[in-house]
Design a protein around this ligand. Structure first.
Ligand SMILES: [Zn+2]
Ligand SMILES: [Zn+2]
Length: 103
């Protein structure tokens, strides 16, 4: 999804260029390869940004008690006592709510 740098509206591809459907601003996409490349870089940046504010762990099917989203990342937290099972900390992928689960 691309947004117009002029007015922030959604931009749609039209005849090889991205065109703002609100103010008419258009951005030459250049070759398809170049367009793909910039999209790849964007995807990479998104992942990096996510990594900055939450601990990204494996995604599991766990229902968030806050928003009902059924995907959460989790990480193991070893408790001090060796006989206790490690605690799992879940982080909702949607609302970022975190909670613990004990096995
Ligand atoms: Zn615009
Ligand atoms: Zn949630």
């Amino acid at each position: 999804m691309e947004f117009c740098p002029e007015c922030g509206a959604m931009m749609l591809p039209s005849n090889g260029v991205l065109k703002c459907n609100k103010c008419g601003y258009s951005n030459d996409m250049g070759s398809d390869d170049e367009y793909k490349l910039s999209r790849d870089i964007k995807a990479e940046n998104t992942v990096k940004n996510l990594g900055e504010d939450i601990d990204v762990g494996p995604v599991t099917n766990e229902t968030c008690p806050e928003c009902g989203n059924d995907k959460a990342t989790y990480k193991m937290l070893q408790t001090r006592s060796a006989d206790e099972a490690p605690t799992r900390i879940f982080t909702c992928t949607k609302c970022k709510h975190t909670w613990r689960a004990y096995d």
